[in-house]
Design a protein around this ligand. Structure first.
Ligand SMILES: *Cc1c(COP(=O)(O)O)cnc(C)c1O
Length: 297
């Protein structure tokens, strides 16, 4: 039995308010079995319920059900299992080895989303995860080709991919430049990558676009003010869609049901703004699992 600092803190301070981020401490589990404690299971149930309610309230229309991806990087497999027991199926991970390890311990019904930097030479390890559902960070033909080739023959469904767009154009962010109506779309990197996937990568399903956006936009955009990065991703989708309709009319792309290019944008600090800007997929880490330790480089 483990007593985490968190449970001690909770005992002394009581619960934090449901809408604010809870500060929890990450305890690496040395236990091979991923069973969560009853306390942690209850804590995660409450956090998930809260985030799900906020997602539903901020969704752009009642008929639109956004996907909540719980970003579980640095968090133990037991935390993921606790959320899974509360019907959470979509989880996001940034680091390949961490994802490989967790996927091997956890139920096959989980839909894994890879949201980290994709290195072409690691495509094989990534693609061999049988329940890898989506790679959200595709940004080069080299990586697309490596991924397509690495998908095992026994995989029956295509691997969903999203193209990462650097909407804030910051040097420290990955992704391809966004599109706007007054550029030569056909010569853009984004349209070329999309075309390459549709023509050369039959095992990939081009589903949409993903962005992170700048912290500054995330903090300054208020209830009424729009987040410029999210608006840029929307505009990029419209321009790319027009191009695909014209150039790849007979190809399959977009959401399997609606046929629309989906948008993955919004994290703990800005997912409500992202949903108001018609995001389809939000990626929430700290809001579900509590804060992570700073990454030490
Ligand atoms: C870590 C991460 C998230 C989740 O961030 P939070 O602020 O914890 O919600 C979402 N998307 C990407 C790409 C990430 O790396």
């Amino acid at each position: 039995m483990t007593i985490t600092l968190t449970s001690l803190l909770l005992r002394f301070t009581g619960r934090s308010s449901s809408s604010s981020l809870r500060i929890r401490t990450y305890m690496a589990s040395t236990d091979a079995s991923p069973q969560p404690t009853p306390e942690r299971t209850e804590e995660l149930r409450e956090a998930l319920t809260d985030i799900r309610q906020r997602v539903a309230a901020a969704a752009s229309s009642p008929s639109h059900t956004p996907t909540l991806v719980a970003v579980s990087k640095y968090k133990p497999a037991s935390d993921i299992l606790a959320c899974y027991k509360h019907s959470q199926l979509d989880f996001g991970e940034n680091y390949l080895q961490e994802l490989v390890d967790k996927a091997s311990l956890l139920p096959r019904e989980i839909r894994w989303h890879f949201i980290g930097t994709l290195q072409s030479n690691k495509a094989k390890a990534l693609a061999s995860i049988p329940n890898l559902y989506c790679v959200q960070t595709l940004a080069s033909t080299k990586a697309a080709s490596a991924l397509n080739k690495a998908i095992p023959a026994e995989r029956t469904s295509p691997l969903h991919v999203l193209l990462q767009v650097n909407t804030s154009q910051e040097d420290n962010k990955s992704g391809l430049p966004p599109l706007s109506p007054n550029i030569d779309v056909a010569s853009s990197e984004l349209s070329q990558l999309a075309s390459y996937i549709l023509k050369e990568c039959p095992k990939l399903r081009l589903e949409g676009l993903m962005t992170i956006g700048s912290l500054e936009q995330s903090l300054s955009a208020s209830e009424t003010e729009k987040n410029a990065d999210f608006e840029r991703l929307r505009e990029t989708r419209e321009v790319l869609k027009e191009y695909l309709v014209k150039e790849h009319a007979s190809a399959f792309w977009g959401h399997e049901v609606t046929g629309e290019l989906v948008l993955s944008m919004g994290m703990s600090s800005d997912f409500e703004a992202a949903l108001r800007a018609e995001s389809d997929i939000v990626r929430v880490g700290a809001g579900v699992f509590g804060l992570r330790p700073e990454k030490v480089l």
